[in-house]
Structure formats: structure tokens, C-alpha cells
Design a protein around this ligand. Structure first.
Ligand code: GDP
Ligand code: ZN
Length: 308
């Protein structure tokens, strides 16, 4: 008898089990042995992957193919036999970076670092400034004012008062979103406020991501009522800049990118070189000094500067 085939999306993985969301509901699957052969440097199947499965007689499924990813949020994991590319989320449509306006104070150097990571991985970004109730909407907008002009959309929100939540829900709709941000910023509170059915414990996301790194980790994304999925991501800290070459860093700052070719030296590091168009733009107020500071710290600073 011909086995029934279904297309679906991997929404959870736990040890050797893959939970695949299909038009017939969620099917627990294993991966066909031949898919595992020959690849040792990255995850063959990850949360967010589109797959084709066949239904087995006992109601479970078998993953037969993985559709090539359009992009992925990847963490490089150095191992004895080389660097392993761990896929945190396949096919994300956006990364939603949640920072609190207060409690805790927003750490914009950390935000900038994460923006660079997303730029490098080619993933669109939405910045959410949560807890606007603590500082007022005007001050909240001001705190993050440097971002919209350089192309990063900003959404002001409060999980407590509901401010901005309709808009936030709209951006989740029909998309795969990765939710990231420092612990305490309000990620679980925002998700709960939008989708009470998820019923995440406040604080749960951060605890979840601090668990071990390898096989014991459960990775998942939540299916949203309005369509779309949202996945919680590990703390920003663990997404270092790994293989970024110092010379390519200015390319991941959208406001510096067009200036670089105007520097006097084509290998300008934009620090002390004469005729530097970047420094001139900072002095003339076209580039925000704090963003320039972030660039310098990422390029020349101690790695530890970023692990706060
Ligand atoms: P997470 O670690 O990012 O998931 O943050 P949580 O959702 O666990 O929230 C951390 C703390 O901030 C909790 O005590 C929440 O009640 C509180 N919180 C979350 N959102 C808001 C908000 O919009 N306003 C205020 N005042 N507190 C909030
Ligand atoms: Zn320069």
C-alpha cells in the first residue's frame, strides 16, 4: 500500500523526535536514516524547516526530505573536529528584538551587536521597546530614536497596558519570527498578552534558553492563532560574532556602509586614519556617536565588553 505523504513544518525537536505541523495536525516523526549520512557540520533538520513526511502505519511519521532553507539563524559551535553550525531557527522572516525601556535599562551596545549578527545572517529586524509604561511613550521613542532613520523599524509597546500590542500581533501574523532580547525585557509577557492560550510562565523563556547546549535542549516554535510561528532564541550573549572579519564589520552598519568608499584609504578602519568619511559623518552629526562607539567596541574592544 502506498504511504500517505504530507508537507509540513518542523515546530519542535527533542532528542530524535521531530514534531511536524501538517494540514492534518502535528505528527511526531523520525528522520529517514539516509538523510543523516555525510553531513557532520550542521543540523540536517531544524525548527522552522519545511519537510516532506510519510505517515507510518502506527500514526507517526518519517521525514523523507528537507526543503532547502532560504536563510537561518545560526550559532557556530567550536568542537574538537571543527566548527559546528547549529541552526537555531530555519527560515526566519524576522527577528524581533525586545528591550525594556527600564527595568532593566536598555543596553544599546548589546542591541547593536545583535543587529550586526542579524545583518550578517540576512534576517530582517524589528526592534520592540517594551515597558513604555515605565518611562512614557515620548521618552521611550527618544531612547531608541537612532534606529528608525537607519532602517530598523521600532515598535513601542507595553505588555502591562496593552500599548502597541495590536501592531505587534500584526507583525507576527503569517510569519516565522525569532524573539530575542535580554532576560527580563518582557518577551514572555508580550507573547502571553497577545496569545493568552500560549500560557507561558513569565520568566520561562529565559530559563528555557539557559539550559544545556546540545542534545538535551528542546527547541520549539509556537503556532499562533492568526497563523505564523514565534520561536524564542537564546540570550544575545551566546550569539557572538564568530567568524566576522574585522574589515567586514562596517558593512553590517547600514549607516556606515555608503560612507566607506569615501574614506581616503580603502582599508580605513575609521578610527584614527586621516580623511575618514565615517569620522567626519560622526562629527557632522550624520552618524550617531553611540552607534560609532558600538562599531569601535565591536572592532577593537575586548570580546568581554559585549558579554554584559
Ligand atoms: P522575559 O525574561 O523577557 O521573558 O521577561 P518576562 O516576560 O518574564 O518579564 C520580566 C518582568 O517584567 C516581569 O516581572 C513582568 O511582569 C515585567 N513586565 C513585562 N512587561 C512589562 C511591561 O510592559 N511593563 C511593566 N511595568 N512590566 C513588565
Ligand atoms: Zn574611514
Amino acid at each position: 500500500m502506498q504511504k500517505q505523504s504530507l508537507a509540513g513544518r518542523v515546530i519542535r525537536l527533542q532528542a530524535d523526535f521531530y514534531y511536524v505541523d501538517t494540514p492534518q495536525g502535528v505528527v511526531t516523526c523520525h528522520m529517514r536514516g539516509r538523510l543523516k549520512r555525510g553531513i557532520g557540520w550542521t543540523d540536517i533538520v531544524a525548527v522552522g524547516d519545511n519537510v516532506n513526511i510519510t505517515l507510518q502505519s502506527e500514526g507517526s511519521g518519517m521525514i523523507e526530505d528537507v526543503i532547502p532553507r532560504k536563510n537561518a539563524l545560526v550559532r557556530l559551535d567550536p568542537r574538537p573536529r571543527g566548527v559546528y553550525q547549529q541552526v537555531l531557527l530555519a527560515n526566519p522572516d524576522q527577528v524581533v528584538l525586545v528591550f525594556a525601556c527600564a527595568q532593566p535599562e536598555p543596553h544599546l551596545r548589546m542591541l547593536d551587536r545583535f543587529l550586526v549578527v542579524c545583518e550578517k545572517q540576512g534576517i530582517p529586524i524589528l526592534i520592540v521597546a517594551n515597558k513604555t509604561d515605565l518611562v512614557g511613550v515620548d521618552q521611550a521613542r527618544q531612547m531608541f530614536a537612532m534606529y528608525p532613520p537607519i532602517g530598523y523599524p521600532l515598535l513601542l509597546a507595553s505588555a502591562k497596558t496593552g500599548y502597541g500590542l495590536a501592531e505587534l500581533e500584526q507583525t507576527f501574523r503569517g510569519r516565522i519570527s525569532a524573539l530575542a532580547g535580554p532576560s527580563g525585557a518582557g518577551k514572555s509577557s508580550l507573547l502571553n498578552a497577545i496569545h493568552p492560550l500560549l500560557d507561558l510562565k513569565v520568566g520561562e523563556i529565559s530559563q528555557f534558553t539557559q539550559r544545556g547546549r546540545h542534545t538535551t535542549v528542546v527547541r520549539q516554535m509556537y503556532a499562533l492563532e492568526g497563523g505564523g510561528y514565534v520561536a524564542d532564541m537564546p540570550g544575545l550573549r551566546s550569539l557572538a560574532l564568530w567568524d566576522t572579519q574585522p574589515e567586514e564589520l562596517d558593512g553590517y552598519f547600514p549607516e556606515l556602509r555608503p560612507l566607506v568608499s569615501q574614506c581616503q584609504f580603502n582599508n580605513c578602519a575609521h578610527q584614527t586614519e586621516p580623511g575618514c568619511a565615517v569620522r567626519r559623518a560622526v562629527e557632522e552629526g550624520q552618524v550617531h556617536p553611540e552607534r560609532y562607539e558600538s562599531y569601535l567596541r565591536l572592532r577593537f574592544g575586548e570580546r568581554g565588553d559585549w558579554d554584559e
